[in-house]
Design a protein around this ligand. Structure first.
Ligand SMILES: *Cc1c(COP(=O)(O)O)cnc(C)c1O
Length: 391
């Protein structure tokens, strides 16, 4: 079956006594057992039965199984935000004295997690150009615990060669960990590209309506020791497991993801072309444009669509602010892949806490605006951006 079919026909882990079609929300912290023996077996994982909702909940398991079916993963852990997925994964693979090979082109909080929070616990990092395999290979040493990257960086929109990075990682017996938030996992196979562990902010495409925060750790079972550590240690000790109400909403979001994404990606490509006609817009960056330097590589890795986010450059920061102040339809908000289109100036907001020098090193430019394209009619979006640019 195709992924879009699977997404709406995920069997329940246990049959529902009433034949419910929508998975019930098990708003219960604990579960009762008939005997002390059964309780001991459940706690020690000798039988398949949840005991406490910090580590297992039937509604969350349903979402995890849906994602597992769609991606072909060995195990999936649903956590309560994208950052929980990133932090729990990196904590699980690292330790004092180890180092993470990654780049400066990262989501702001992931960058600060690695360079500040994990650094305080003795986890090192080596920042390199992940589009340059020689540099990556040279950065790896005996203490390197993983290569970590984002598949299309934000806001630079840089794409690294995943097959090449996977080959390097596997030559050194370390996992390749990819944050794939910007292209839905329903559209391509990270596993086929050699990714060992995929992390996703399901707050974005999966949730869609921006109803709730969520994160997914999609484990392909190829990183030694990762599965038992994630399921048996991280969710227990760090307490970031998803809650049942959120899992319910994210399961509904997953069911309609394919439809929403097809429209959003197509609108984004159309807008990328049309925004080039607006004289006040100096440059449009979107890997879906055929003359984008990463276009061919992106197509070979992710298929024909390139996500529902683009960036464009204005003359200066003031022109960016003016355009953002004048949109009437598009929402001035952070977040990505909401049903509504969202606009933001990354340098002064998401990266506002970084110094100018740090921003320069991260290639976060003050002339850049980020647009997340929603489900509105594409002509309405174009008209809104054009009138705002003309102000
Ligand atoms: C939003 C985002 C995150 C963090 O996700 P939250 O759900 O907000 O914690 C991580 N990585 C990328 C690429 C993101 O866009």
């Amino acid at each position: 079956m195709k992924k879009s079919t699977q997404a709406v026909h995920i069997p329940f882990h246990r049959p529902d006594p009433y034949g419910a079609l929508s998975h019930p929300v098990y708003h219960s912290v604990a579960y009762e057992f008939d005997t002390a023996r059964e309780m001991a077996d459940a706690f020690c994982n000798r039988i398949d039965a949840p005991d406490y909702s910090r580590v297992e909940n039937p509604t969350v398991i349903h979402l995890e199984e849906a994602v597992q079916t769609i991606t072909g993963a060995a195990a999936v852990s649903a956590l309560n935000s994208g950052m929980a997925a990133v932090s729990n994964t990196l904590i699980a693979v690292s330790g004092a004295g180890k180092n993470i090979v990654t780049s400066r082109h990262l989501f702001g909080n992931s960058y600060s997690l690695i360079t500040s929070s994990l650094a305080r616990f003795g986890v090192g990092h080596k920042l390199c150009d992940l589009t340059c395999p020689g540099e990556v290979e040279a950065a790896i040493d005996a203490e390197t615990c993983c290569i970590y990257l984002e598949i299309v960086t934000n806001p630079q929109l840089e794409v690294a060669d995943l097959r090449e990075l996977a080959a390097i990682a596997h030559r050194h017996h370390i996992p390749l960990i990819a944050d794939t938030t910007v292209i839905p996992f329903t559209e391509f196979s990270a596993k086929a590209l050699g990714v060992d562990i995929e992390v996703v902010s399901s707050t974005k495409y999966v949730s869609g309506g921006a109803t709730c925060l969520g994160g997914l750790v999609i484990d392909y079972g190829t990183a030694p020791g990762f599965s038992p550590r994630m399921k048996g240690e991280m969710v227990f000790n760090y307490g970031a497991y998803m809650t049942p109400q959120v899992a319910y909403m994210q399961t509904l979001g997953l069911e309609t993801l394919g439809c929403r994404y097809a429209r959003q990606a197509s609108s984004t490509l159309q807008l990328a072309h049309r925004l080039r006609e607006i004289p006040q817009i100096k440059h449009v960056n979107y890997v879906g444009l055929e003359d984008n330097p990463y276009h061919q590589l992106a197509v070979s890795q992710f298929g024909p669509t390139a996500g529902a986010m683009l960036t464009f450059d204005m003359k200066d920061e003031e022109a960016c602010f003016r355009l953002i102040d004048h949109v009437r339809l598009i929402c001035r908000a952070t977040n990505l892949f909401d049903n509504r289109s969202l606009i933001i100036h990354p340098a002064s907001t998401i990266f506002g806490a970084f110094s100018d020098e740090e921003k320069r090193a991260m290639d976060v430019d003050s002339r850049t605006i980020r647009l997340s394209v929603g489900l509105e009619d594409v002509d309405d979006l174009y008209d809104d951006l054009r009138q705002a640019a003309e102000q």
